[in-house]
Write a protein that binds this ligand. Structure first.
Ligand SMILES: [Zn+2]
Length: 321
């Protein structure tokens, strides 16, 4: 894909082509060479929501992105004005529930997160994880937790933090009129997460994206009704429940993601991410055929699905800039 270059004006540059791929949840800062990926995305016409997992990681990663974008700025040969490029990567301010549960994200880190929310639009990865590994009474808690709170401290910390984060996003949106975009992790906790999104009014005031949704069918139906988006990845499509959900979600609320890099496979390029997104798109399209279809029919439907998902993504991506 070739991006059209435009001289800097008050108008934002036009976004991607009709079928440009968007990875709406990945972790570029965990890759071995984030700078290389940042260079490759522009050539490949790939766009990314790069989630982070702690506020400090976000601050560090944003500095890398800013430095890369500054060094990549081109100038109009006649006017010498900088050419406005559409950024291909937007970083999310994150506080992953795993690190809230084990107290490696401190209260002052959460304070920093709430401050960052005032000036940043993409918030992720945030959420709740009530799986035993991340909600166990065996987790070691620091002394400042009263002993009677310790058995539920991991869960309580996550709930309080997620409520505060959602409230901060709503408050920020009400002040500056810009909807925050939330990339939400909800493992064995989708009902609690959705309740908090409703209670804090994040559902109305934010663009809520469930990353790799794995909750119950009832929560899925409610979240669809409430206008949430769902970013679907390859691993979700490997499970029976994930496949079923991927068939039920309306096309207008579907997004793609990779959640890459995978553990132990951090030496990846933007081409690897593109290939994974394409495979996910094809698998999704195949799953959504009503009856056995020919490969040419699937290819035709994949083009249609790609265009709709790309349009959904472009609308959200534009809101983040
Ligand atoms: Zn993630």
């Amino acid at each position: 894909m070739i991006m059209h270059e435009k001289a800097a004006t008050s108008q934002p540059p036009s976004l991607a082509t009709a079928q440009a791929l968007f990875d709406m949840h990945c972790h570029v800062d965990f890759c071995d060479d984030p700078q290389a990926i940042m260079k490759q995305v522009r050539e490949l016409g790939l766009y990314m929501f790069a989630n982070t997992t702690t506020p400090q990681d976000f601050v560090h990663f944003e500095q890398i992105i800013t430095a890369q974008q500054t060094s990549a700025t081109q100038h109009n040969s006649v006017t010498q004005q900088p050419i406005a490029h559409q950024p291909h990567i937007v970083a999310g301010v994150g506080a992953h529930p795993w690190y809230i549960a084990d107290d490696s994200i401190s209260d002052s880190d959460l304070q920093l997160l709430e401050e960052l929310i005032q000036t940043h639009i993409l918030i992720g990865e945030i959420g709740l994880d009530f799986s035993p590994k991340h909600c166990s009474a065996e987790l070691q808690f620091p002394e400042h937790y009263a002993s009677e709170r310790r058995p539920n401290a991991a869960k309580a910390r996550q709930i309080i933090a997620f409520e505060n984060i959602c409230s901060a996003t709503v408050k920020a949106a009400q002040i500056d009129g810009r909807k925050r975009i939330l990339s939400i992790h909800a493992v064995q906790a989708a009902d609690a997460a959705h309740d908090i999104l409703a209670k804090t009014k994040a559902l109305e005031n934010c663009i809520c994206i469930y990353h790799w949704f794995s909750g119950s069918g009832n929560v899925l139906a409610q979240a669809v009704h409430d206008g949430c988006y769902f970013s679907v990845n390859q691993k979700m499509l490997a499970t029976r429940r994930g496949k079923s959900y991927a068939q039920q979600i309306p096309t207008t609320q579907l997004l793609l993601e990779t959640d890459m890099p995978y553990t132990g496979q951090t030496n990846i390029s933007a081409a690897d991410i593109t290939a994974t997104l394409q495979q996910t798109l094809h698998a999704l399209s195949t799953l959504r055929q009503q009856s056995p279809a020919t490969s040419s029919f699937i290819a035709e439907k994949t083009v249609e699905l790609a265009a709709t998902i790309s349009a959904n993504s472009q609308a959200i991506f534009s809101a983040a800039l």
